[in-house]
Design a protein around this ligand. Structure first.
Ligand SMILES: [Zn+2]
Ligand SMILES: [Zn+2]
Length: 244
């Protein structure tokens, strides 16, 4: 079986040689960024908050599990959150075309980076991987749910199913809300659990492309916990890092 898979893998590499999705430079494996593109991105690979994954300034090397001030004050709602990189000019070059210009060929490499971001958390208890739902109207216009494209390989690596349909999202125009409070108010009430039987008693991992204020994850967690979920964690490709 392994030999068979290897054979087809070699054929695939021969017919479609692996290239970096961003710049088309040759790479050794499908779904990876080349060294130059990898270096340009601000990956979260240094010390970070053990709970929400907030990256600490470089040079700070805490001993053991240290929490950021928000988590230390008990204000983080998800069990844990991890993100692969910081949202900045470099990661925008990946994120924005992926989300708005149909560059879905970036998905596999982004997803692999998110799997890498999960390296220091225990995912053995996760039962369901759930991409953050998109409202039907947005799905119709965009043609794809970008979070779903990222979630597939993550669910595969963890060895659990994807859940696309237990939660629906109402369409609400993006008003360009700036503050965390405005974002939280705008997202409140947009999610509705339609299959609570699939949620009850489950440990759920949410997947999104970008985490801005964390309001989307928090609101989704609120409705999932109310529907009987046991725990909710999250992973995003990138995250906005505010000074705290
Ligand atoms: Zn490249
Ligand atoms: Zn934290």
């Amino acid at each position: 079986m392994v030999k068979c898979r290897e054979f087809f893998h070699n054929i695939l590499n021969f017919v479609y040689p692996p290239v970096c999705p961003l710049c088309d430079a040759g790479v050794s494996t499908h779904g990876e960024f080349c060294a130059d593109c990898w270096t340009a991105v601000n990956w979260i690979d240094g010390p970070k908050c053990a709970k929400c994954g907030y990256p600490f300034v470089s040079g700070y090397e805490p001993d053991g599990n240290v929490l950021c001030p928000t988590c230390a004050a008990g204000k983080s709602e998800l069990d844990w959150i991890r993100s692969a990189c910081v949202y900045d000019d470099a990661s925008k070059q990946i994120m924005l075309p992926f989300k708005h210009v149909g560059k879905i060929k970036y998905a596999r490499a982004m997803s692999n980076a998110m799997i890498w971001a999960l390296r220091d958390v225990d995912v053995s208890n996760i039962d369901i991987v759930m991409p953050v739902p998109l409202a039907w109207r947005r799905l119709f216009h965009r043609g794809y749910n970008q979070a779903s494209l990222l979630a597939g390989p993550i669910a595969h690596v963890i060895g659990v199913k994807l859940d696309f349909d237990s939660v629906r999202r109402k369409y609400r125009p993006d008003m360009g809300h700036k503050t965390a409070r405005q974002r939280a108010e705008n997202i409140r009430g947009v999610f509705r659990v339609v299959h609570p039987d699939k949620i009850r008693g489950k440990h759920i991992l949410l997947v999104d492309d970008v985490m801005t204020s964390g309001a989307t994850f928090s609101e989704l967690r609120r409705v999932l916990m109310r529907a009987g979920a046991t725990s909710v964690s999250g992973v995003s490709f990138c995250r906005v890092v505010h000074a705290i």
